[in-house]
Design a protein around this ligand. Structure first.
Ligand code: WQD
Length: 347
């Protein structure tokens, strides 16, 4: 097994991936500044996995801190062999209002990480990318060969880090092992309900908003558009259970560690679309709670349908999603009902 650095490991995707990696026997060093996550999540990750991890609290953009992380691992005779890079900002609307902050954290932060990795001979990376870089898709389902045409600063930063990684891989093709994983819509929680999605403030995304309506934290859901060219008129997305996504990261890491240097770019999605109204109904069935909603105007920047073509990940990693929308809602409710206020004030 390997010693790994997990940036942003206390976040939604990061924490679920840490459980899977600890259970697989990897040793983890987590770097997180807790700007959009909680230390409680990592306590619970260790409880669930029955194993401990090393925590470094700090900002990815701090070159002195990054150097310290790698140098101390080298000095201890347990060098960092690979990095899974989750740390970043990910709210589309916020990126429009604060572009420089997004370019700094997401792109300058990634560049600082890559420079330190290279200086220490650590040249295996799994990068948390996003389907948002496809913008308005021309074909659905969306293959990895679809044009990269982001429509918001967040998407541009993800596309730019992918570009940086492609240039780095091309500069030393016999050295770098890189996987860019383009997530579609990660939702749900660990089946234990001990860890889950805990967004700051009012949720931008559908699933946590529906979940907070069901638990009584929000009054009603606004459905952004009922006149889309879809079966029931509401937007269609490719929702993927966060545990499937976590297992996809383990599969990508295993593929990189076990094979020649390469640059992999893979969609991680189910290949199945679900509409907003289908998600509402599924969550009501799973929670036994009503989710009142009101159909309002479309949200600027939304597309009607985004669904992945996940065949390349199946071919290259032998990985496919295993869990259904009902599983996502059941596990998401297990988290929300056990943690009505998320990690805040948790024991
Ligand atoms: C899903 C559907 C909305 C909220 C975004 C990012 C993407 C990724 C996932 C990071 C759409 C509708 C939503 C609400 C609604 N994040 N909706 N009412 O926009 O597909 O993707 O999150 O990588 O990068 O772009 O996800 O959950 O915001 O929306 O009707 O209150 O739900 O219109 O059809 P999206 P979402």
């Amino acid at each position: 097994m390997a010693r790994l650095l997990i940036t942003g490991g206390a976040g939604f995707i990061g924490s679920h991936t840490c459980v899977v990696l600890l259970e697989a026997g990897h040793d983890l060093v987590v770097l997180d500044d807790f700007s959009n996550s909680s230390p409680v999540a990592l306590e619970r990750v260790q409880e669930l996995a029955g194993r401990s991890l090393e925590l470094v609290r700090g900002d990815l953009r701090d070159p002195v801190l990054l150097e310290q992380v790698f140098a101390s691992a080298d000095a201890a005779g347990a060098p960092i062999e690979a990095v899974i890079h989750f740390a970043g900002l990910k709210a589309v609307g916020e990126s429009v209002a604060q572009p420089l902050r997004y370019w700094d954290v997401n792109v300058a932060g990634s560049r600082a990480l890559l420079s330190t990795m290279d200086a220490h001979g650590c040249r295996t990376l799994v990068f948390s990318s996003s389907a948002t870089l496809y913008g308005y898709p021309e074909t659905v389902p969306i293959p990895e060969t679809a044009p990269v045409q982001p429509i918001n600063p967040y998407g541009h930063t993800k596309a730019s880090v992918e570009r940086m990684l492609a240039d780095l891989a091309a500069s030393a093709p016999d050295a770098w092992r890189i996987a860019c994983l383009r997530y579609f819509n990660p939702v749900g929680a660990h089946p234990s309900g001990r860890i889950g999605e805990d967004p700051n403030g009012i949720p931008n995304n559908l699933f946590p908003f529906v979940s907070q309506v069901a638990i009584g934290r929000r009054q009603r859901l606004s459905v952004f558009g009922g006149d889309w060219p879809t079966p029931d008129g509401s937007g269609v997305r490719d929702y993927i259970h966060v545990m499937d996504l976590a297992e996809g990261h383990r599969a990508a890491l295993d593929a990189l560690l076990g094979d020649r240097p390469q640059l992999l770019t893979l969609n991680l999605g189910s290949g199945v679309g679900a509409s907003v109204l289908e998600v509402v109904r599924a969550f009501e069935a799973a929670s036994g709670r009503a989710v009142p909603y009101e159909v309002v105007d479309r949200r600027p920047g939304d597309a009607a349908i985004t669904v992945a073509d996940p065949s390349l990940a199946a071919e290259r990693l032998g990985w496919r999603t295993q869990r259904s929308l009902a599983d996502m809602c059941r596990d998401g409710w297990a988290w929300q009902s056990a943690n009505p206020q998320g990690y805040q004030g948790a024991s």
